[in-house]
Every structure is written in structure tokens, then in C-alpha cells.
Design a protein around this ligand. Structure first.
Ligand code: AHM
Ligand code: MG
Length: 281
């Protein structure tokens, strides 16, 4: 595992330069979800793949930017799913973005995730590692990732990050979001899930949602690359991650690019979601 973390650190230092100096225009390619890839997505993906290819304990990798699983070492132990540069379309307006990694054993399913890592590229570069028991944050300072703090969610927070197209929200979802704001929650939504979820974690709690909508009944965010790694991080920090009804980590994955509605938060907010959703299967 240590060598995987070291590879992520090296890749992140290179991705930082790609973000700072790279070309933010579109490429001619689309990824499996049908999004047009930016040149930044492709460059970051290559950096990460090249790092993981050097590691003997890695069995397979799969990227949000690639169609298929890539075999690395047949005797390797770990499977890694990653989103090289989530929120990459925000780079041209100089908002924060991030990389997300889920580390799995045996197969790419939510129940088999054993660690998660994300890296936020903002005014500072921070890496957050969850191992099921704790969540630890490191900051890039003079070329090194230094330990800064453990992250633990409070039982209740103050922030609300409501994703997706509001015109496509289901009535019970809209009612629930309105109620949060009536109860004093403050809006914090940048359109980058890494900084948005990082903010909720560091400010003690709240709720991030990307629900089922009339245009995207299965949500937008991808299970292996986005939903499961952050679910693992939130659970490790003492919070919860659900699809409206049950733990997202218990959702079966039928295809590597499957998406799922998702809610990440501290316990009080997630219990409110369960209550709002229970009669709306
Ligand atoms: P991407 O992987 O194509 O960058 O998309 C993922 C991003 C998330 O970071 C963010 O939470 C979400 O898309 C925003 O979507 P929306 O604008 O529909 O709320
Ligand atoms: Mg993404």
C-alpha cells in the first residue's frame, strides 16, 4: 500500500504542473460516459497509469477516462479505480479540482474497497487518505506531503451542497433541500465534488447530494471512481454515504462505468435524507 501512496504523491506533483501550465481546451475524444475529454484529463490519466504500471502489488487499474480495465500484474493484490482530474472543466475558471482513487481487493465492488485517497488541487495541494478507521490529511509543502491533521465529522454540520439540475429534481428532493435552507444551512457548491466534499469534511459536516433526477434517474456520479471512494472516506470519518435509502457501498456494480445517486454527510443530515426518501422508492 505504501508504494501506491508514493505513486499517487509523484503523480500529483506532475498533475499540479499539468493544471498550472497545460492546455485547457477540448480533445477530439469522448470518454465512456460520453463526456468530451479535455487535454488535461488525458494528460493526467497518462501520468497516473505510468506510475501504477511500475508497482508490483497492483493487479489491475481502471480509469474514468478509459473504456476498459487494464491488467498490470497477475500476481498483484490491489485493484485501483481512479478519476484522474475530476471537475477538469473548472480549471479554465481557476476553481479547485481533484483526483480520486479507490483501492479494492478481489474485484471492483463497493464491499471490497479497502482504502481511498483524494487529492485537492486548490490554492494548496492536499491529499486525504482513508483506511476504514481514520482519515488523514497531508499538504504539499516544498515538494513533500506533510501530515497536517486527522479529519473527523461532527454529528451535524451547517453546509449544504446540492448537485444536479434543479429543474429536474423530484418533488420530495426539492422539499428536503428547501427545508435544509429554511433550517439555516448555507449553500456551498462549486461544481467540483472533490473541493465540495473536502469543505464539508473540514468544516465539521453538512450534506452533499447528487440525487436521482428526471433527466438522470441513476445520478451522474460514477460508482467506482467517485461515489465509492468518497463513501469510504465519509464512513471512515464517522459520517455516512447513501443512495437515499441504503449504504452506497452495498450497491452492486454491474458495469465499471455505472453511476448512482448519492448523498454524503454527517449522521444527522443523512438521517434526514432517509426520512425524506423512505416513502419515495
Ligand atoms: P466530471 O467527472 O466530468 O468532472 O464530473 C463530475 C463533477 C463533480 O465533480 C461535480 O460534483 C459534478 O460533476 C457537478 O455536476 P452538476 O454540474 O451537474 O451539478
Ligand atoms: Mg469525475
Amino acid at each position: 500500500m505504501t508504494e501506491i501512496i508514493e505513486a499517487i504523491k509523484r503523480a500529483s506533483i506532475e498533475i499540479k504542473s499539468i493544471i498550472e501550465e497545460g492546455d485547457t481546451s477540448k480533445s477530439d475524444n469522448q470518454n465512456s460516459t460520453g463526456d468530451t475529454q479535455l487535454k488535461l484529463d488525458i494528460a493526467s490519466d497518462i501520468v497516473i497509469e505510468n506510475e501504477f504500471k511500475k508497482i508490483s502489488s497492483v493487479k489491475q487499474i481502471v480509469s474514468e477516462e478509459q473504456e476498459n480495465i487494464v491488467d498490470i500484474n497477475k500476481d498483484g493484490k490491489y485493484l485501483i479505480a481512479y478519476d484522474p482530474l475530476d471537475g477538469s472543466s473548472l480549471v479554465d475558471v481557476n476553481l479547485s479540482v481533484g483526483s480520486i482513487y479507490g483501492i479494492y481487493e478481489n474485484d471492483f465492488t463497493g464491499t471490497n474497497i479497502i482504502a481511498s485517497v483524494y487529492v485537492v488541487f486548490g490554492p494548496r495541494v492536499e491529499m486525504v487518505i482513508a483506511d476504514g478507521k481514520s482519515v488523514k490529511m497531508y499538504r504539499l509543502q516544498k515538494g513533500e506531503f506533510n501530515y497536517i491533521q486527522d479529519i473527523k465529522l461532527n454529528e451535524k454540520g451547517k453546509l449544504k451542497a446540492p448537485g444536479s439540475t434543479q429543474a429536474c429534481w423530484l418533488p420530495h428532493h426539492k422539499e428536503m433541500v428547501d427545508k435544509f435552507f429554511k433550517d439555516g444551512y448555507r449553500l456551498r457548491y462549486s461544481g467540483g465534488m472533490v473541493p465540495d466534499l473536502h469543505q464539508i469534511l473540514l468544516k465539521g459536516g453538512g450534506l452533499f447530494s447528487y440525487p436521482s433526477t428526471t433527466d438522470l434517474p441513476k445520478g451522474k456520479l460514477r460508482q467506482l471512481f467517485e461515489v465509492f471512494p468518497f463513501a469510504f472516506t465519509y464512513e471512515s470519518a464517522g459520517g455516512q454515504a447513501i443512495d437515499g435509502f441504503k449504504r452506497v457501498l452495498e450497491i452492486p456494480t454491474t458495469h465499471i462505468h455505472d453511476t448512482s445517486p448519492c448523498f454524503f454527510g454527517s449522521n444527522e443530515e443523512i438521517n434526514i435524507v432517509k426520512e425524506a426518501y423512505k416513502h419515495n422508492v
